[in-house]
Design a protein around this ligand. Structure first.
Ligand code: MD6
Ligand code: FE
Length: 217
């Protein structure tokens, strides 16, 4: 794995690991801001609580979700989509905190994607046993825009496959503060998260949080 030194949020040192031509892990990029990110998430979920959504096939997702930004990703029996209104409250999603916007734009720029302007942030909460099966992120309109993902709390085994579901899958451990950016030729690669192992993280306890920033429209 090629590893390069670069500067993380607030000028701290981080390492990057390339997963593909358009995909990179920025190790510890968000660590210095983790407590501030968690404080923002607490305010968001006070307005738009975590909930277990239902897949179009009728399964309850093991990951609990919320959103902030102009648009939120939702799933129910009608399908997957982005919408401006939280279906649970019928109110707009909480706005995207300035800190989130700055981190996402800065991480994307470090990965070679200039001027990334997310309009949606999906917040995922994993408790022990929660997992996400292999999927592609393809509900966004402009696939030239990357996705930026911030991981906090307990470590997770991230699966990174190819453009076909049946392609071989590699595993990457994502730990507290790691940021993944992917786009370009890697934008539609299949990926997932193996069942979270139990543990006790100093900031988040028995929990992993993942934020994914997207340009949905
Ligand atoms: C997760 N992440 O890490 C789930 N999708 O909990 C994703 O599904 C994801 O991390 C697209 C881009 C980055 C991601
Ligand atoms: Fe995804």
């Amino acid at each position: 794995m090629i590893s390069d030194l670069l500067s993380g949020a607030g000028g701290s040192e981080t390492w990057s690991e390339r997963l593909g031509p358009g995909a990179i892990v920025l190790r510890g990029f968000a660590t210095a801001q983790a407590a501030n990110i968690v404080a923002e998430i607490q305010q968001i979920i006070a307005q738009a609580p975590f909930r277990h959504m239902e897949t179009p096939g009728g399964f309850r997702m093991s990951v609990a979700m919320s959103n902030c930004g102009e648009l939120g990703w939702v799933t129910d029996k009608a399908g997957y989509r982005y919408q401006a209104v939280d279906p649970d409250s019928a109110r707009p999603w909480p706005s995207l905190p300035t800190l989130f916007r700055q981190l996402a734009t800065e991480a994307a720029a470090q990965a070679g994607f200039a001027n990334f302007m997310p309009d949606a942030c999906l917040i995922n909460r994993y408790e022990p046993g929660a997992r996400m099966s292999l999927h592609q992120d393809k509900d966004e309109r402009d696939l030239t825009q990357p996705i930026v993902s911030i991981s906090l709390g307990l470590p997770a085994q991230f699966q990174f496959g190819g453009l076909k579901r049946s392609d071989p899958v590699s595993r990457v451990t994502l730990t507290h503060g790691d940021v993944v950016v992917w786009g370009g030729a890697d934008r539609l690669r299949y990926h997932g998260v193996l069942a979270l192992k139990t543990g006790d993280h100093p900031l988040l306890g028995a929990c992993r949080l993942n934020l994914t920033f997207r340009k949905a429209v």
